[in-house]
Design a protein around this ligand. Structure first.
Ligand code: GDP
Length: 455
């Protein structure tokens, strides 16, 4: 599927340099004087395995529509109108200027998938300055240097995240030619005797049945590779550790460290419970550990073969899970039997789904639409007689989904209010069961330090 991307930003931030880099020809006129590029140009761009149409715009300027810069602005708005996504570029060395802020607002209003491109990020202090650009409220600033051809991989990733559907077809083709899909790293943790080893052996055994004796697993010191209906996984080898620990006769001691190692290795952690005594304190502690480490989680209730499969039994377990694991509402729960192999398909599907949610990026425009509504429906309380102002929100990263709210007096925002925002985020953007991080940051004054920076 073909798509169109517009590069916008105030004059002289480096739009034409990026345009040239993407199009690969010295088409644009590049000049250090502000405002040299007057016209909107289009070209066929290539970035990694992506091909798309790119529009280079004249600099956006804040002036009356009848002037030249007014025309430039109108052209830019036309370009935004034609584009599927916007690359909004700033000059990282200059920091977000008041003009950038004004244009960020125009871009936000357009409500299209946007990548905030922090150009001229080569050299020292770039990271520090990149972080400042968060205050524009357009998501994670992607550091690049169009001039020095740096950061193009990050730009690629950001564009893929901004336009997942449009880029998917192109990428799948390329992926099939190269290495295939990503192997999801999984660990199975739980109390001793929950049935971890039995389940892992069963998964390996079933995979053999599915793929035949030749194909199949490879085992290194920490992980076993296996595939399930074409999706590769790396399974943390708890059993291997068990053998070693037995030799050292330190099983009890090792089990906690084991769990932590396994969790750190994994992208998705399966917390295995024994159906006869599910959700005991130790299970909760393990689940808390997974939450703290920010991993995706799937609860698997094991030894399901011992229970009568009455209607509503699983619903009851899910309800229990929500009550006990309040910070991960909607956590996926499946019933399995490592002994008989029942429910293994459900388990593997739940892992794939949890992985997807954990990786999700919410488009900044949709995020801010939600944010405005959520804040006006339930405004933050006044603290010591003064109103708290929440300005906007941006997703800083995925894996797990992490958000930054820019506000006045970050310390004064009550925890209950943060929980309200997290719960609403979870519902509206369908992020069940995954850890969600919400940070509050005070918005830097865009005028602060500007005079200093000029010298
Ligand atoms: P681990 O300590 O978590 O690795 O647990 P094991 O895999 O060693 O299993 C502990 C005990 O539970 C063994 O006696 C297993 O045979 C039994 N077990 C494991 N999975 C199941 C299951 O799905 N159903 C039943 N009925 N027993 C199981």
């Amino acid at each position: 599927m073909s798509f169109t991307v517009a590069i916008v930003g105030r004059p002289n931030v480096g739009k034409s340099t990026l345009f040239n880099r993407l199009v690969g020809r010295r088409l644009a006129l590049v000049d250090d004087r502000p405002g040299v590029t007057r016209d909107r140009r289009e070209g066929e761009a290539r970035l990694g395995d992506l091909e798309f149409t790119v529009i280079d715009t004249a600099g956006l300027e804040e002036s009356a529509p009848e002037s030249l810069s007014g025309r430039m602005r109108a052209q830019t708005e036309t370009a935004i109108g034609q584009a599927d996504a916007i690359l909004f570029m700033i000059d990282t060395r200059a920091g977000p200027t008041p003009t950038d802020h004004a244009f960020a607002q125009i871009v936000r209003r357009a409500g299209k998938p946007t990548v905030l491109v922090a150009n001229k990020s080569e050299g020292r202090h770039a990271e520090e300055r990149r972080l400042q650009a968060y205050e524009l409220g357009l998501g994670e600033p992607v550091a690049i240097s169009a001039e020095h051809d740096e950061g193009m991989v990050d730009l690629y990733d950001a564009l893929v995240a901004a336009l997942p559907e449009q880029t998917a077809a192109q990428r799948h083709e390329a992926e099939a030619e190269t290495r295939g899909p990503h192997a999801i790293r999984v660990a199975i943790v739980g109390r001793p005797n929950a049935g971890k080893s039995t389940l892992i052996n069963r998964l390996i055994g079933e995979e053999r049945l599915l793929t035949g004796p030749e194909a199949g697993i490879t085992r290194d010191s920490i992980a076993v590779d296996l595939a399930w209906h074409g999706q590769p996984f790396q399974l943390y080898d708890t059993a291997g550790l068990r053998r070693r620990s037995r030799v050292e006769e330190k099983l009890e001691k090792l089990s906690v460290a084991d769990a932590l190692n396994a969790v750190r290795f994994a992208e998705v952690v399966v917390v295995l419970l024994d159906v006869d005594n599910a959700f005991e304190e130790q299970d909760q502690r393990i689940a808390d550990l997974v939450e703290q480490e920010g991993r995706a989680i799937v609860i698997a209730v094991n030894k399901w073969d011992l229970k009568e499969h009455t209607p509503g039994a699983i619903g009851k377990l899910k309800q229990q899970a929500d009550e006990k694991l309040t910070q991960m509402k909607g956590v996926p729960l499946v019933a399995v039997s490592g002994l008989t192999g029942e429910g293994l398909d459900r388990l593997m599907q739940a892992i794939v789904d949890a992985y997807e949610v954990w990786n999700r990026r919410v488009p900044t425009s949709a995020l801010n639409r939600w944010f405005e509504e959520a804040v006006s429906a339930n405004p933050p309380p006044a603290v010591s007689g003064r109103r708290l102002r929440l300005n906007y929100i941006t997703q800083a990263k995925a894996r797990p989904p992490s958000f930054v709210v820019f506000c006045t007096r970050a310390d004064a925002v009550p925890d209950a209010y943060k929980r309200y925002l997290v719960n609403s985020l979870r519902d509206v953007f369908e992020l069940p069961g995954t850890p969600i991080r919400l940070m509050l940051r005070e918005k830097a004054n865009p005028f602060e330090g500007r005079a200093k920076r000029k010298h």
